[in-house]
Design a protein around this ligand. Structure first.
Ligand SMILES: [Zn+2]
Ligand SMILES: [Zn+2]
Length: 254
């Protein structure tokens, strides 16, 4: 917090927040498996999440538009839901069926509503059209935020550290809309992303948005990304009550 962003003044009036800690996280809501571009099975990932001290794990593999990752079409989504239910029935950790669904170039969501409604958690994200104008990007994000099936927006800015700049986002409008619709904004703990960045995370919670901190793990060791995500949140002055996955799964959604 020692970045000359008001911390001295806050400390002088005993108004520093109690920052979130890694131990506050109860679950992870964005990981992949070998059903798409992950490198481990559903069971290997679930056991790794349990070993990382989590109570629940939500798989959010890619949707069909990301063909190069083997993204899931409707039939494979339904098959994966069955596989996840079977796993959940025999493991100690709660295992949940979600999707990382693409926000298409025109703002449409990459899977039909009747498929989204079968899933327990839907995170939506942009993986294409990075050179679109700010207006075009915002139209896509606002459409996704207002979709009642969408629970969370992943890696909002699209930046890949040292490889790809963020596209232009009107963060204040996104955060205000997310606060209204009850859609979560993700801090993605992948070291390539750390997205939301520190300033955006702080601003988003100031405007009333609720965050989630996720690993985007593609292999078991990447649950360590949660540590980086929590560090990012702490630099953004985020407290545990502003992060939804500090709650038990049954109380996660507003
Ligand atoms: Zn993604
Ligand atoms: Zn992902």
């Amino acid at each position: 917090m020692r970045e000359d962003q008001g911390e001295i003044e806050a400390a002088a009036t005993h108004a520093l927040p109690r920052l979130i800690e890694r131990a506050d996280l109860r679950g992870d809501l964005h990981v992949h498996s070998d059903w798409t571009d992950g490198k481990a099975t559903l069971e290997e990932m679930a056991l790794a999440a349990q070993a990382a001290g989590l109570d629940y794990l939500c798989f959010c593999d890619h949707s069909q538009a990301l063909a190069m990752t083997g993204g899931l079409d409707p039939a494979r989504v339904l098959a994966q839901i069955e596989a996840i239910r079977e796993l959940d029935s025999r493991l100690e950790i709660r295992v949940i069926a979600g999707i990382e669904v693409d926000i298409l170039l025109d703002g449409r969501i990459d899977l039909p509503d009747d498929i989204l409604s079968r899933l327990d958690f839907v995170t939506a994200s942009i993986h294409s059209g990075f050179h679109q104008s700010r207006d075009e990007i915002m139209k896509r994000l606002l459409t996704a935020l207002r979709n009642p099936h969408v629970d969370s927006i992943a890696h909002l800015s699209g930046r890949l550290i040292n490889r790809r700049a963020a596209y232009e986002v009107d963060l204040d409008t996104v955060a205000r809309t997310a606060a209204q619709t009850g859609t979560f904004l993700e801090i993605n703990g992948s070291p390539d992303r750390l997205d939301l960045d520190t300033a955006s995370a702080r601003r988003a919670v100031e405007l009333g948005a609720t965050l989630v901190i996720c690993s985007d793990a593609h292999r078991p060791r990447e649950f360590a990304n949660l540590d980086a995500g929590v560090a990012e949140a702490r630099r953004g002055w985020v407290s545990a009550d502003q992060v939804a996955n500090t709650r038990p799964w049954a109380q996660l959604k507003p």
